[in-house]
Write a protein that binds this ligand. Sequence first.
Ligand code: ATP
Length: 320
Amino acid sequence: MPGSLVGVDIVVRCEGVPMRVPSEPAVRTEGLTKRFGKTVALDRLDLEVSAGEVFGFLGPNGAGKSTTIRLLLGLIRPTSGRALIFGIDAADSVVAHAHLAHVPADVALWPDLTGAEVLALLAALGAGSDLAYQAELVDRFGLEPDRRCGTYSTGNRQKVALIAAFARRAPLLVLDEPTSGLDPLMEQEFRACLREATARGQTVFLSSHQLAEVEAVCDRVGILRCGRLVEVAGLAELRRLRLTELTATFADTAPGYERLAAIPGVESARTVSESTVALVLSGPPGPALQFLATDGLVGVAAREPSLEEIFLEYYGGSAS
Ligand SMILES: Nc1ncnc2c1ncn2[C@@H]1O[C@H](COP(=O)(O)OP(=O)(O)OP(=O)(O)O)[C@@H](O)[C@H]1O
């Protein structure tokens, strides 16, 4: 039995369990902690994801993302604290799994079954799937359903798991690095599926390394570092944490560092080339623009920080 499908297996046993109306938060963790020997994989995580939200869960390798997801799925027991899925203790996995669909980071499938057979099996095991939508997704993801899973690439295995999860009518989707094997076209399809899921009212808990993806699809983001949640914020809030970079190009020599660094609101300045300087601003750009607006100025560009830069800032310049 492929380990990655353990979550799906649990759903089998909850057929017929009545779906609870999700009035509780989709995910709530209270002091959730997991130690493996001396390693503190997750340290007192307090997190709440509202029903209907798309929540991005970011962190470098080893930060504790997969441990959190395994705790949410009830696959491992917390050392202390607890995780709740729509108010149900994740440890009560038979009931909790009736409310979620899961896509693991490493999708393992039965190698001798075809994609179509695996999808049929997963739909039959689950607590309810939309088969017409599943067939539509097979087309949209360009999956060749008649091939045996043993011949599928990583991306194709991921497609099977995604199609099965998106077709499942579960109020919570837990997606662990779901697009790492998909090409850009399929990533667009994935994003369309996410929009359709949220339009149906489903909640999405998305663990990802792909910052552009998180930026494109998530309402809020939690950043995990060494097992600790260092930030939970909306994307706009996260961007405000960072400074703005202004690049100015002159016809001749750009002003020197000392003069630039003295401008109010300039956090730092660097020389890009003899004629170009880059300023990092913490406040309104007026004073810097006034200083720069001389006859010699030939170009100026302001840049909003990407989530990646914000993310890297948390890790002191290193994402891993
Ligand atoms: N079964 C285990 N036994 C011992 N240590 C473990 C176990 N599972 C995870 N860890 C450790 O717990 C920490 C968190 O690991 P986890 O897999 O949750 O990180 P992650 O954020 O998912 O990383 P990645 O992005 O690389 O998947 C790491 O230090 C890891 O080595």
